[in-house]
Ligand binder design. Structure first.
Ligand code: BEZ
Length: 402
């Protein structure tokens, strides 16, 4: 972050602290106050995730991953235990400011970990920027969060929407596809993943001939699939996730398009859903920052520990939650658990080298992972890694003054 941004952030944090309490001690957050008093209060962590609705499974995987990172460190980060405060955000953007405030104002958390849905993340951003609370975003890809709305207290352990589809342009070109249709939900997540794909594909000389949208979280795909059949593009590219992705894969097959028009997507289309879709996903190729079969020491150990603990196979969401835990650990280790030293925590987090199951990554100046994008193909129940579609892809962070 630039000195200008850092100065502004520290000034607004100090102003807020002064506003929230008359004395210097009163201005400290609860855990920081306890630290100053030499007591051992827990670090207060707010989990704002979807626990109901089409993204419910994603929220659970993120929390599982986060708790696994904590368990691996004996239940402490920076020598401090954590206390959790949970809000189900229902993937409902209009409720996002109120939900974020429940954690920030009511529960007075030291750090917020959330969320999944880009629209909800946009609703959280204002509350987080105004309060100066540390925010680790373990999924929602809204480009603005580490773009125009970037701030010293905002970190992401996942991706930008742009990052997940930009590399697909090169992939389709290599396959000889010249035209494509993009189909997705009409909200920030879908529109921005379409935008990343369009930019990458058109740079390679391809043409995006049609953008097809339906409202989030609707899953009535039939009319749009009929339209695709009549357009006959060389390829279809898609973003859906969770329950919506499973239904789309099955409907694509039932509409007779599978095997006729090759289907691609950002990896969310096939991550965490293959058990539910029979052979409807077989052969679908996607790009994402995680894949099955990476066969590294770190990934193998993570997968084994996750499966043993939760009796479930991990997916990309579990990895992002795990890395959110690892990033918070780096921050708290860097200040020896003194959560009141926010500037120290930010510095430690900015320079963290995360040893992730996806492969090692670091943060960009805008606090978004710079990471490899894998090409994956569905083989049986796996998103099998086929290679690296783009090495160390950094989001352009458009509008970020960092
Ligand atoms: C998003 O809204 O940013 C999103 C939701 C689910 C999976 C990936 C991205």
């Amino acid at each position: 972050m630039s000195d200008y941004n850092r100065r502004d952030f520290l000034k607004s944090s100090a102003a807020l602290a002064a506003f929230s309490g008359a004395s210097a001690a009163g201005a400290l957050l609860p855990a920081a106050l306890a630290q100053a008093q030499g007591t051992s209060a827990k670090v207060r962590v707010g989990l704002m995730l979807p626990y109901t609705g089409t993204f419910a499974q994603l929220g659970v995987a993120i929390e599982n991953g986060f708790r696994l990172a904590l368990a691996e460190r004996g239940g402490k980060f920076g020598g401090r235990e954590l206390e959790f405060f949970k809000v189900d955000d229902e993937s409902d953007p209009p409720k996002a400011p109120e939900n974020a405030n429940k954690l920030v104002q009511r529960d007075k958390v030291d750090v917020v970990v959330g969320t999944v849905h880009s629209g909800v993340a946009m609703g959280m951003a204002k509350v987080i920027r105004e309060s100066g609370t540390l925010w680790i975003n373990p999924n929602a890809g809204a480009d603005e969060v580490t773009g125009a709305l970037c701030a010293p207290n905002i970190f992401r352990t996942s991706f930008t929407n742009w990052q997940t589809t930009y590399a697909l342009g090169k992939v389709l070109k290599a396959k000889g596809h010249k035209t494509a249709v993009f189909i997705t939900w009409n909200y920030a997540g879908g529109v921005q993943m379409m935008g990343g794909f369009k930019e990458g594909f058109e740079k390679e000389g391809g043409k995006l001939v049609k953008e097809l949208y339906l409202p989030f979280p609707q899953v009535e795909f039939q009319a749009l699939l009929t339209e695709i059949a009549s357009i006959k593009p060389d390829a279809v590219v898609s973003f859906f996730a969770g329950g919506g992705a499973a239904k789309f894969l099955k409907d694509y097959q039932a509409a007779g398009l599978k095997g006729k028009i090759p289907l691609y997507g950002s990896g969310f289309l096939t991550d965490g859903v293959l058990e539910a879709v029979g052979d409807a996903g077989e052969g679908v190729e996607t790009t994402l920052h995680y894949a099955d079969g990476l066969d590294t020491k770190k990934d193998n150990a993570f997968r084994l520990a996750y499966a043993k603990t939760y009796k479930l196979q991990p997916d990309v969401y579990a990895v992002q939650g795990y890395d959110a835990g690892q990033l918070l650990a780096a921050g708290l280790d860097g200040v020896k658990g003194n959560v009141g030293d926010k500037a120290g925590m930010i510095k430690a987090m900015e320079s963290a080298k995360i040893d992730s199951p996806r492969g090692p990554w670091t943060l960009s100046k805008a606090h978004n992972p710079v990471q490899d994008m894998y090409l994956r193909k569905v083989v049986g129940k796996q998103n099998k890694v086929m290679g690296v579609a783009w090495k160390a892809l950094a989001d352009p962070a458009r509008g970020c003054k960092a």
